[in-house]
Design a protein around this ligand. Structure first.
Ligand code: HEC
Length: 197
């Protein structure tokens, strides 16, 4: 206790313009480095360190099929159910990121075409018979003129967009059963509508 009060009081006695005695000043004078400033004394001449090779951002999932579209087609499964919420999310993403080139129904008539070259139809037999994994591959790594959307859309958004593409394809190529189901649905909702009035 005696020692503590001595240290404490030494500040009071110093008074006037005299610099007070600093006890263990290391923390007070710690060097502050600016991340991007040139630092002559540091090994890499900057405070920022280069991340070790293979470092990935938190939450990032490495894509294992970069040069292997067939592997992606075979092994990747769409983890999302075709629910209304998923479809609405996919629709929003499609209309923002895909429709500009591919058009609102995927026919290749987006607003930037021309001057952008007309992309192939997403309603083709080819894309309709592609697995979800194969389409995921195109969105993830791109294909020729089409850029990768991996940095704009996380995997969940990519899978949701594929569910919405499937809904667009179904709407353009309904089976007889689909048409019947639609008519019944319409009739029922018409009746419900009338009954409510
Ligand atoms: C900048 C314009 C552009 C945008 C935006 C775009 N695409 Fe494409 N897409 C293309 C072009 C061009 C091709 C054809 C590439 C080629 O020649 O192989 C293509 C090809 C594809 C194919 C393969 C079709 C085939 O027959 O090979 C799929 C699937 C596809 N796009 C889906 C999407 C989806 C889903 C999105 C939104 C996430 C999207 N595209 C956004 C331009 C675009």
């Amino acid at each position: 206790m005696g020692l503590l009060s001595l240290i404490f009081l030494s500040g009071c006695f110093a008074g006037g313009n005299r610099t007070t005695w600093e006890y263990m000043p290391d923390m007070a004078d710690s060097p502050a480095l600016k991340a991007q400033k040139y630092e002559a004394d540091l090994p890499h001449h900057r405070a920022m360190l280069t991340p070790p090779e293979g470092t990935i951002p938190r939450g990032y999932q490495p894509y294992a099929y970069k040069d292997d579209p067939e592997g992606a087609a075979r092994e990747l499964q769409n983890p999302l159910p075709r629910t209304e919420a998923v479809l609405l999310g996919g629709q929003k993403t499609f209309n923002i990121y895909c429709a500009t080139c591919h058009g609102p129904k995927g026919l290749g008539d987006g607003s930037v075409v021309p001057p952008f070259p007309r992309p192939p139809s997403l309603q083709s037999d080819k894309v309709r018979t592609w697995s979800d994994g194969r389409i995921f591959h195109v969105i993830t790594v791109g294909q020729n003129l089409m850029p990768s959307y991996a940095s704009q859309l996380d995997p969940q958004q990519r899978w949701a967009v594929i569910q919405y593409m499937r809904a667009l394809q179904l709407a353009e190529n309904p089976s007889d059963a689909n048409v019947e189901a639609y008519k019944t649905e319409r009739r029922t909702s018409d009746i419900e509508h009338r009954e409510k009035k």
